[in-house]
Design a protein around this ligand. Sequence first.
Ligand code: NAD
Length: 329
Amino acid sequence: MTIIVFGGSGFIGSRFINLWASRKDTKIINVDKLTYAANQDYLHKVNNSDKYTFYHEDITNKKQINEIVDKHQPTIFINFAAESHVDNSIKASEQFIITNVVGTHVLLEIYRQYCNSRAGTKFIQISTDEVFGDLKPYDQPFCEQSKYDPRNPYSASKASSDHLVLSYINTYALPLLLTNCTNNYGPNQYEEKLIPKTIKSIMKGDKITIYGKGDNIRDWIYVDDHCDALIKIIESENMHNRYNIGSQNEVDNLSIVKMICNKLSKLEISLPKDPLSLISFVDDRLGHDKRYSIDNTRITEEYKWQPTTSFDNGIDKTIEYYVKSLLYK
Ligand SMILES: NC(=O)c1ccc[n+]([C@@H]2O[C@H](COP(=O)([O-])OP(=O)(O)OC[C@H]3O[C@@H](n4cnc5c(N)ncnc54)[C@H](O)[C@@H]3O)[C@@H](O)[C@H]2O)c1
């Protein structure tokens, strides 16, 4: 078996490759454009393996991707490649459309041709709960049938690629799978995102900026639990074409920041300032969604999958990783 991973040098993709390599004895092809969010060091455990091949390539480059697929004849395709930061999409959205929409379309077209002549393959597209929009406090969590309502350019680009995947399932009856996951956290995440940004600010004694009142709620999952769910989906006979993945762990931003401040204060390291004194509220993000939450009933019932990392433990592991990497930089 050969797996081809698109965007395997970013946060979730690199954790996925590491977990996959620790469990499976297969060839792994990683195709990544290496944007600012990527880091080849995340893959140090597999970089020198003869089972692992890396291509520095853009998923919109149809000719090159076709050649890679032809050469390696993968069984499993999994696409993590994306522009992933909402704030960047608000400042400039063009690259989000190019990578997330056009890039996904290129991969789907390549796969459509390829899987006609190759039985037993699967394509998994990784997406987000943000495509479903904003929940009120009393609303039920998003399920697989929830209506799409993307409300920023990032989520609109991901919703567009979801629609392409769903349309290819309906039109061509291809073995395509779509997963929509909640907010991931853990090692290897680029420092623009809330949790690594907060840890870094505390270590440097910089302001910890929080949008609005800090009352926006996200449903947080430890990245390896997400990757474990993806492996279950790849290994199984799939009864459905789409799965929501989440940890049923809703937390507001201010509580997360305070939790990190308190945990870092208790470590035996010297910090430049009292972490809680660094908290600074700034104007809210434009169009900021208040709450996301995922109903994970389908995946937990069909695959007996459960997240295994508690938020407390996951945050400890994440802090340990960033503190070490910042101390020894
Ligand atoms: N991070 C989250 O909380 C979260 C939650 C749910 C879903 N997702 C989705 O999971 C996927 C991975 O997210 P992430 O947080 O790891 O993102 P990331 O930004 O950390 O990594 C994205 C990777 O894709 C690569 N890439 C970008 N454009 C490319 C292109 N044109 N061609 C080839 N490679 C390209 C980057 O170099 C990087 O390695 C995305 O599709 C994202 O929408 C993320």
